[in-house]
Design a protein around this ligand. Structure first.
Ligand SMILES: N[C@@H](CCC(=O)N[C@@H](CS)C(=O)NCC(=O)O)C(=O)O
Length: 221
């Protein structure tokens, strides 16, 4: 991409994905963050079904989306990209040190301590449904996940947001919890369910989700 086009940050997404995972692809996190800031962005669409374009692995070594470029930094990993964006704006990362470090801590917790357990259930249900070994593995995966959800709910308590005020930690945690939308698992965690709904009701989230879903419906697909 020519440098002159980088006035708007660009990130990668898939031109289309199978219906069950529409609304789940992680470029949603970056769309949401940009919408919170009212910042324009450009999406570079990749074909999920074909090899990545030449040179893409130099940008995203695992060949995944999203990868991000604002002309200053070329980054991958949603956690790192959100931290980078948060450093630029207190609406995504509170400046006051205690709240800031709570947000960073919960950003890592969402990515490292909750997402792997949610993703395991997602993988069993979306990609291995109907396989006998998946049915056998699911109860223990569910037990592990339930322990993490109970701990997250207890830590959230009566707060609206993980770090007190809305932050990049909530962008990740809410999008992680959404991976369970095809299940009733969150029904047992009413505070977490309300927290997820609070995130999803933010105008920036709704715009971001609509943009992602519209991109799959575009004539190019
Ligand atoms: N840890 C990465 C995960 C990125 C990721 O899993 N991307 C998915 C889409 S949501 C992907 O591109 N999967 C295709 C693949 O792994 O080949 C991040 O947070 O950026």
């Amino acid at each position: 991409m020519p440098r002159s086009e980088t006035a708007r940050p660009v990130f990668t997404a898939y031109a289309d994905v199978p219906p069950p995972v529409r609304g789940q692809v992680r470029d949603l996190r970056l769309r949401w963050a940009h919408e919170e800031l009212g910042r324009d962005y450009r999406v570079e669409e990749l074909d999920v079904y074909h090899p990545r374009p030449d040179g893409y692995l130099e940008w995203q070594p695992f060949g995944q989306v999203p990868a991000f470029d604002d002309g200053e930094q070329r980054l991958f990993e949603t956690g790192a990209i959100l931290l980078y964006l948060g450093e630029q704006d207190p609406r995504l990362l509170p400046p006051e040190p205690k709240a800031r470090w709570q947000a960073i801590t919960w950003l890592f917790a969402a990515l490292n301590s909750v997402e792997p357990f949610v993703a395991q259930i997602g993988a069993l249900d979306f990609f291995h449904a109907g396989k006998p070994w998946a049915a056998q593995a699911r109860p223990s995966a569910l037990r592990l996940l339930e322990a993490r959800l109970a701990s997250t709910e207890a830590a959230l308590g009566d707060k609206d947001w993980l770090a007190g005020q809305f932050s990049i930690a909530d962008i990740v945690m809410v999008t992680v919890l959404r991976i369970l939308d095809h299940t009733q698992i969150l029904d047992s965690y009413p505070k977490l369910a309300a927290y997820k709904a609070r995130g999803e009701s933010r105008p920036a989230f709704r715009h971001a989700l609509a943009e992602q879903l519209e991109s799959y419906a575009s004539p190019a697909n």
